[in-house]
Ligand binder design. Sequence first.
Ligand SMILES: [Zn+2]
Length: 89
Amino acid sequence: MNKKSSSAKAKLRCDICGKRFKKGGSRYRINLEIISDFDGHIEDLSKKPEDYLEKKMDKILDETKEMTEKELEEEIYLKRNWLVCIKKN
Ligand SMILES: [Zn+2]
């Protein structure tokens, strides 16, 4: 992130070319959203031992306990946005 854009008084600049937006000029907001998807496959738990799910949860909790909350969040959800001028050549 450009530190200059964090000030509210600073003029808005294009996130790609850095050019200032002209008053009344067109600009575009690009939103990128990545969300983890579920493939719909569910294991048949009736064929598994009784404590199968419990053990699996323990394993997941064990694997993720070292991760920070942010890392965990980004693993499944990522959102970015840019403000750009999109020059017409
Ligand atoms: Zn630009």
